[in-house]
Design a protein around this ligand. Structure first.
Ligand SMILES: [Zn+2]
Length: 191
């Protein structure tokens, strides 16, 4: 399929989800098709076990800086894929959950369900560390219940990805639930 291709390799401090020991290396290859459409092929490879994963993203997918919003309303929506670049902020405003950007922030390449799982684990750790009589416990229990509902698609929530550098993307299962608000301050000649 390749008329022209450009390959780059990037390393993130991203621990292998399979062996939990190796590091994931990410190879991005941009292919330009004869009709000038571009495809991005992302290959994830562990340097320790044999875990690999591939994804193909049409570059019509919006990777420009801005805010990406995805409504999660049913089980199908939970399968939408998310790539959060390390500089992007990820939020679920309805549940007041947030992952701040930063060099040490976890790298996310997963689907919506995977994101809810990670939030759930983090909240559980927090919950378990509260004293039994801590008044905050009820509030956190309610949050855990809501995350559980969202994971079944029974509680509508919004996934908000704010990326001022670009490079993050959302691949929605259902396009009509996706919205992109472009940053005004950035010129957008390239991807
Ligand atoms: Zn591995």
């Amino acid at each position: 399929m390749s008329e022209k291709s450009k390959e780059t390799e990037e390393e993130f401090s991203f621990i292998c989800p399979s062996c939990k020991q190796g590091k994931i290396f990410i190879k991005k290859t941009v292919y330009e098709l004869p009709d000038k459409d571009q495809m991005l092929i992302i290959k994830f490879e562990c340097n320790h076990c044999n875990f690999t994963n591939n994804d193909i993203i049409p570059l019509t997918t919006n990777m420009e800086p801005g805010i990406k919003l995805l409504k999660i309303e049913n089980e199908e929506d939970l399968k939408s894929k998310i790539y959060r670049s390390p500089i992007a902020k990820l939020e679920i405003p309805e549940l007041e959950l947030m992952v701040e950007p930063g060099p040490s922030a976890n790298f996310y390449y997963t689907n919506v369900e995977g994101i809810l799982d990670r939030f759930e684990s983090a909240v559980l750790i927090y919950f378990d560390n509260l004293q039994t009589n801590d008044p905050e416990k009820n509030e956190i229990q309610e949050l855990l219940d809501n995350i559980a509902k969202a994971k079944k698609g029974e509680l509508p929530v919004t996934l908000k990805l704010t990326d001022e550098g670009g490079g993050s993307y959302i691949i929605p299962q259902n396009e009509s639930k996706y919205e992109f608000i472009r940053s005004k301050s950035v010129n957008s000649n390239d991807i």
